[in-house]
Write a protein that binds this ligand. Structure first.
Ligand SMILES: [Zn+2]
Ligand SMILES: [Zn+2]
Length: 308
């Protein structure tokens, strides 16, 4: 059984789903942001400006910035409600229409009269968006918080801006908790770039699609046909004869991760392939995912293979 991201036809496209420009609080205009990402070798970008009244509820129109080798997904980072600790919700929605209706959230102050985060996320998903709960570690999201967002496709398990600015870039614990509870939720890595500091080109997704076209990329994202990375490449991930077979760019550690405490690992120098037996705790696990770490400390994460 091969993970669908590797089994399906097409090729991997590199993209950043979480970016800001001068339409909200980013330092650079949309054209310059797209130019820099294209120049850095990205295939696509989602400009995800802060969808609040303060910025006139932007779904930043980047359609005119598409080229024959670089495309854009329209979207926003939407906000509303409050988490258990009082912080306002941040939810990335990649794939919104330009006329997506305002939420009633005027600024970044939690406002209980605005649309609830669950309703807002649902409305984003119904509009066709890939919905990811943003930077769980940065704003102290608990599993109880995350469970409210039933429309979430994904957890943002790496946010480069949060990593470099607050040492809280990850979200793996929230993701694994949801997986342990049976949620079919995937995981993305992003930049959340504002270009006011070194918050760019640090986390991205590799999406398997038949064309570098917004509809194909969104369908693949929503189907989990992608992986998240801060550097390493994952070339294959499959289950064969009771083993997780993982192929990747040269790594120091390749790890199969399963439900609760299940894991198997291979450590070495320049490893590009491993076969890890899915025994022991994996016999009680409903899923397995692949994780890769290189000598520079960069990491990549596949989405799970669910055993049913
Ligand atoms: Zn945010
Ligand atoms: Zn953001």
């Amino acid at each position: 059984m091969q993970h669908q991201a590797f089994a399906k036809p097409g090729q991997f496209y590199k993209g950043n789903l979480h970016t800001h420009c001068t339409a909200s609080d980013g330092a650079l205009d949309a054209g310059e942001v797209c130019r820099r990402y294209a120049e850095a070798g990205y295939d696509f970008l989602c400009m995800s400006d802060h969808f609040v009244g303060l910025y006139n509820y932007p779904v930043t129109d980047t359609t005119g910035l598409r080229t024959n080798r670089f495309t854009t997904i329209l979207g926003a980072e939407v906000h509303s409600g409050r988490m258990a600790n009082g912080e306002i919700w941040h939810i990335v929605a990649a794939g919104l229409p330009l006329d997506f209706a305002p939420s009633g959230q005027e600024d970044f102050q939690p406002n209980d009269s605005a649309e609830t985060p669950a309703e807002l996320a649902r409305r984003c998903a119904e509009a066709g968006a890939f919905v990811a709960v943003a930077h769980p570690e940065w704003n102290g999201m608990t599993p109880e918080d995350a469970r409210l967002i039933e429309a979430a496709d994904a957890v943002e398990i790496y946010n480069h801006g949060c990593h470099v600015e607050s040492d809280r870039g990850y979200g793996i614990a929230v993701w694994d908790t949801l997986l342990n509870e049976g949620w079919r939720v995937t995981a993305c890595a992003t930049d959340d770039a504002h270009f006011r500091g070194p918050d760019f080109f640090g986390g991205w997704v590799m999406v398997k699609a038949e064309a570098n076209e917004p509809g194909a990329l969104l369908a693949a994202l929503k189907a989990g046909e992608y992986y998240a990375t801060t550097g390493p490449e994952i070339h294959d991930f499959r289950i064969e004869d009771g083993h997780a077979v993982i192929e990747c760019s040269p790594a120091e550690r390749i790890i199969a991760v399963g439900q609760c405490a299940a894991s198997k690992y291979d450590h070495g120098t320049g490893i590009t392939r491993t076969e890890l037996p899915l025994t022991g705790r994996f016999e009680r696990s409903g899923w397995v995912r692949a994780a890769v770490q290189d000598t520079a400390g960069k990491r990549a994460w596949s989405n799970p293979i669910w055993f049913d």
